[in-house]
Design a protein around this ligand. Structure first.
Ligand SMILES: *[C@@H]1O[C@H](CO)[C@@H](O)[C@H](O)[C@H]1NC(C)=O
Ligand SMILES: *[C@@H]1O[C@H](CO)[C@@H](O)[C@H](O)[C@H]1NC(C)=O
Ligand SMILES: [Zn+2]
Length: 441
């Protein structure tokens, strides 16, 4: 008796395993992928790459390559290719980054790497929105295309790349990939990258990123006794500037509050640190000398520029008003990203009929029953800037509608039905773009 129950259990277990491996269950694949810890500071890239590699091998017609972007560090990039019948046409590249930001488990309802699915279908995990959803959706969409139309023949080649390190700037990720021979040979004509969730019924689409600057303004001035009243101390000089920048910030923010511009369409200049004063002693208790006015003071700002802004005009404003030499001020800008492409054009992708990729993309979303909201500039940056700087049209798009925006937040989740609808949208996009034979710029 005991023995036969054991046998029965084994048979059921075997059957379930078989079922798992023959019935593609996209939501299950999504959960499995979310359970691989690719959060910084210690992302497990090899496991993520081998998981996606295996998944790709279960789908017809896909070729796979693994590139090692760094000679000494484990920074693999998985490249998947669906060859088109006319390789001379520029290809389509779909991108998903492998890494995610860290999570603080104590602030979460469910452990952030368990990918728990609640009764109402919400899958909680770090990376659920940013951006492991699209990683699986791309593959499951291609699987569905061949399941529904076994004879489907793409004309343009479609590539998918899974890149490391997007969340930490992409220097060992996309920045290295775009320099590689493999990338050059791909002749990429159009790039689709991650976007963001939308809280309503329309999908959001992003045609540009804002460019980040780290700005430090420094003031010098006469030092003096803390009791003395005198003009032009370093603190006074800095504080005058802080007021000017605050006024500028307020004016930009007013445009947003009045509904004239979106958050991502104005220049943001947010103060992130103030540094001045003379530390009292080396005890490390952070006390300052109180009877001395220091000879130096500085402030740091996170500045973000939409691509429509002329960077030289902003630099002139900083030199004239925010850190004027006449007030013994100086400044230093670390530009964290490009503002113009190789030909000197602003880093924007046209979202009108001048861009044939856009026209095909938009109708494909609509053909699958989706609706796009007005194209936006992304408030932060993504790997798409590495493409736009090469003049490759690029859109940010993650098909998540009716979903709270939770990227980098606690309790990041995505609902299974929304995830599955996203696959349908990509089926339509991939079919349409890979069948598109028209001329492209
Ligand atoms: C600038 O610094 C010089 C030298 O310390 C000082 O003589 C002058 O008054 C300062 N001017 C202002 C506007 O701070
Ligand atoms: C299309 O969009 C681009 C980029 O925003 C713009 O420069 C161009 O004038 C637009 N063309 C048309 C025909 O509207
Ligand atoms: Zn992301």
């Amino acid at each position: 008796m005991v023995k036969s129950i054991w046998h029965l259990t084994l048979i059921i277990f075997f059957f379930l395993t078989l079922l798992r491996s023959t019935t593609p269950d996209p939501v299950y694949h999504f959960q499995q992928y979310l359970r691989i810890k690719t959060a910084h500071p210690d992302p497990d890239y090899p496991t993520a790459v081998s998981y996606l590699h295996e998944l790709a091998k279960s789908i017809p017609n896909l070729q796979t390559r693994i590139l090692n972007l760094h000679p000494h560090k484990p920074k693999p990039l998985l490249l998947i290719t669906l060859p088109g019948s006319n390789p001379s046409l520029p290809s389509l590249l779909l991108n998903s980054h492998l890494d995610s930001v860290p999570a603080e488990p104590s602030k979460w309802l469910h452990p952030p790497f368990d990918a728990v699915k609640t009764d109402d279908g919400c899958i909680f995990a770090r990376g659920a929105q940013d951006d492991k959803c699209i990683a699986i959706q791309y593959l499951e969409a291609i699987r569905n295309i061949f399941y529904k139309h076994p004879g489907f023949k793409p004309i343009r080649t479609v590539h998918i790349c899974y890149v490391p390190d997007e969340e930490i700037g992409g220097l060992d990720g996309m920045a290295k990939f775009v320099e590689s021979d493999e990338f050059k040979e791909m002749n990429v004509g159009f790039f689709l990258d991650e976007g963001q969730a939308s809280t309503n019924d329309e999908y959001r689409v992003f045609y540009a990123d804002r460019s980040p600057w780290n700005l430090v303004i420094k003031a010098t001035g006469q030092p003096g006794h803390g009791s003395k009243m005198f003009d032009n101390s370093a603190m006074e000089n800095l504080m005058k500037s802080v007021e000017v920048v605050s006024k500028f910030r307020e004016n930009q923010f007013d445009l947003v509050k009045a509904g004239v511009a979106r958050n991502s369409e104005v220049i943001s200049a947010n103060p992130v640190y103030l540094k001045a004063g003379i530390v009292a002693d080396s005890s490390g208790d952070g006390k300052f000398v109180m009877n001395m006015q220091p000879s130096e003071a500085e402030a740091g700002y996170d500045v973000r520029l939409p691509p429509t802004v002329d960077p030289d005009l902003l630099k002139k404003r900083i030199a004239d008003e925010w850190a004027p030499a006449s007030r013994n001020m100086s400044f230093h800008i670390v530009e964290k990203g490009p503002l113009r492409d190789y030909a000197g054009r602003p880093l924007v992708t046209a979202t009108n009929d001048s861009n044939p990729w856009w026209t095909v993309f938009k109708s494909a979303v609509e053909a699958a029953g989706g609706k796009l909201s007005k194209p936006e500039i992304l408030a932060s940056t993504t790997d798409a800037r590495y493409m736009r700087v090469r003049g490759i049209p690029s859109l940010g798009f993650s098909p998540m509608k009716n979903t709270p925006i939770l990227l980098h937040d606690h309790n990041e989740f995505l609902k299974d039905t929304i995830f599955l609808e996203g696959i349908k949208i990509y089926e339509s996009i991939i079919k349409a773009l890979s069948s598109f034979e028209g001329a492209t710029p």
